[in-house]
Design a protein around this ligand. Structure first.
Ligand code: NIG
Ligand code: FE
Length: 385
């Protein structure tokens, strides 16, 4: 299929000063699951199956590199209390753990699929899904298995919080996470994650969890520096994490460590929005030379939105990113955070994952916040929304 008459095409293939490789009056040829040709519409190869984009903008599909979608129940009451002044704390996770353990496989699967569809309708073509609301060997393995039904990007987050039944025996829980639980989950997962924060796991504990995962062939990532300053970022960089996520409270040393590493700083502005917290400073990270991604962190506690267009708008309005930087971070940045080199750009050989916007430019994603601007979505060359 040839998509032609694209008013503004964002390829993410750098061209001169333009990191997003913008082509105006463009066309894209899709063959099977892959992109076959990209260039000016006037030079496009002749094709019988033609889709006229009508001057609309086309961008790579969003790569949402951080989401918690295997869960039951919601915490609207907690959100309401927070909006009346009760601060966010890591402990709310245990409520979702109780609801998730009590849910049937089918109930979890239905909720997961509903959310993945919701993401697709908003332009997300790749999503990472974490475990972390089971916290028993059986429930974590079940979450990973269900997640693997909908995405190859599955993360083991047994170290989300110490479950209530281990409150007096943290070390025993760590033995479980780094032993039998890891054994049961690793076959279904690609990454290992840990919530390194006051109220969750210490830097030493985080190191132990990530090291165990690495030994099992998993790629490390981390929740760090969300609720206050700490050693999370330094541990993540030292362990070669693909990404450290949240990065809300960073010291100059943290920024320098990220800038001098391959570890992506993944910012999750929906969390600050939904917990009424100060936003991370993306400008400082980008100016220092760090690679920045943005993701939804969709979860029932700290941020119950799956909207990547909203993340782009928040990144621009609240984190001092330009619209182009935010779109890059939500596409190519997410691909870097997942260490994928076949998504996040529109170029020959890449997967045919792209979004036609109901707008003439990508800037409209931030310029028209809250407006449904997703016209159509292709994943592996197939329309999914
Ligand atoms: O990324 N930080 C840890 N996990 C989630 C919150 C999960 C919850 O509150 O249920 C987060 O914000
Ligand atoms: Fe998270």
């Amino acid at each position: 299929m040839l998509i032609t008459n694209i008013g503004e095409l964002t390829t993410n293939v750098p061209s001169g000063e333009d990191r997003l490789g913008t082509v105006t009056d463009a066309a894209v040829l899709i063959q099977g699951e892959r992109i076959a040709w990209v260039g000016p519409a006037a030079e496009a190869p002749a094709h019988t199956d033609v889709m006229d984009a009508g001057g609309r903008a086309v961008i790579p599909g969003f790569v949402d590199s951080h989401a918690h979608l295997v869960f039951a129940g919601d915490r609207a009451d907690e959100f309401e209390a927070r909006m009346s002044g009760v601060p966010y704390a890591a402990g709310g996770i245990r409520r979702t753990v109780a609801a998730t353990r009590a849910a049937s496989d089918d109930a979890l699967r239905r909720n997961l699929r509903r959310l993945v569809d919701e993401c697709a309708r908003q332009g997300t073509t790749t999503i990472e899904v974490k475990t972390g609301y089971g916290l028993t060997v059986h429930d974590e393995a079940r979450a990973a298995r269900l997640a693997a039904e909908v995405t190859p990007e599955v993360t083991f987050l047994g170290a989300h919080v110490v479950p209530a039944e281990y409150a007096e025996a943290r070390d025993d829980y760590l033995d479980l996470v780094t032993g039998p639980m890891l054994h049961a989950v690793a076959p279904h997962a690609k990454y290992i994650d840990v919530f390194c924060e006051t109220g969750a796991f210490s830097p030493e504990e985080a190191r132990r969890v990530l090291a165990a995962g690495i030994e099992h062939g998993l790629v490390p990532r981390m929740h760090g520096n969300q609720l206050g300053p700490g050693e999370g970022v330094q541990v993540a960089v030292q362990m070669g994490a693909a990404s450290v996520d949240h990065c809300t409270y960073l010291s100059d040393d943290d920024v320098a460590a990220l800038a001098g590493s391959e570890t992506v700083a993944t910012l999750l502005p929906g969390v600050e929005f939904s917990t009424r917290s100060p936003y991370p400073d993306a400008r400082r990270l980008i100016d220092a030379g760090a690679t920045v991604a943005i993701a939804s962190d969709c979860n029932p506690g700290s941020c119950f939105t799956s909207s990547m267009p909203l993340m782009v708008a928040l990144a621009v309005r609240e984190m001092r990113m330009t619209p182009s930087e935010a779109v890059w971070a939500a596409t190519a940045g997410g691909a870097r955070a997942l260490r994928r080199d076949d998504i996040g750009a529109i170029a020959p050989g890449m997967r045919a994952d792209l979004v036609v916007l109901d707008a003439p430019t990508r800037v409209h994603l931030a310029y028209r916040p809250g407006v449904p601007l997703i016209d159509s979505v292709y994943k592996d060359g197939v329309p999914v929304a």
